[in-house]
Design a protein. Structure first.
Length: 142
C-alpha cells in the first residue's frame, strides 16, 4: 500500500522561514530511518504558497489564482510518499516524526489509489495507457 503523508503548512513555513540546522538534522535522521526501512519512496518540502498558484477548472472556464492563500492550516508545506503493508504501519512511522520546538507539526495521511481500486472502470485500454506513461523516460514514477 502506498500513502502520501501531507505536512501541513504553518505560519513559519508560509512566511518563508527556513528550518534551523537542528530541525534539518532531526528531519534528516527521520528520513534516513524511513529510507533504511525501505518505506520512503519520495519526500520533499515545498515553497510557501506565495510562490504558487491554484488552477480552478469548471465546466465553463479555467481560472488561475496566484498565491498566497489565506487559510494556512489547509495548505501543504511538504510530503512523503510511503510504501507500507498497512494503514497502521504508516501511522506508526509518522508518530516517529520529529516534534517541533514550538507550535504544531500536523501530518495528514492519505492512501494512494491502486489500479484495483478502480474496479471495472480500469479497463485494459486504461491499463495500457498508464503503462505507456510509466515507460516514458521522463514519465512519472510508481
Amino acid at each position: 500500500m502506498r500513502f502520501v503523508a501531507l505536512v501541513k503548512a504553518s505560519e513559519r513555513s508560509e512566511n518563508g522561514e527556513m528550518p534551523t540546522e537542528q530541525e534539518l538534522l532531526e528531519m534528516g535522521r527521520f528520513n534516513e530511518e524511513l529510507v533504511k526501512a525501505g518505506v520512503m519512496l519520495a519526500g520533499e518540502g515545498l515553497h510557501p504558497s506565495s510562490r504558487g498558484a491554484r488552477v480552478v477548472h469548471t465546466a465553463e472556464s479555467t481560472k488561475v489564482l496566484d498565491g498566497p492563500f489565506a487559510e494556512t492550516k489547509e495548505l501543504v508545506a511538504g510530503f512523503w510518499v510511503l510504501q507500507v503493508k498497512t494503514y497502521e504501519e504508516a501511522v506508526e512511522w509518522l508518530k516517529k516524526a520529529p516534534r517541533p520546538a514550538e507550535g504544531e507539526f500536523v501530518i495528514e495521511l492519505r492512501q494512494v489509489f491502486e489500479a484495483e481500486d478502480f474496479g471495472e472502470a480500469y479497463t485494459p485500454e486504461v491499463r495500457e495507457q498508464e503503462e505507456r506513461l510509466r515507460e516514458q523516460p521522463e514519465g512519472y514514477a510508481n
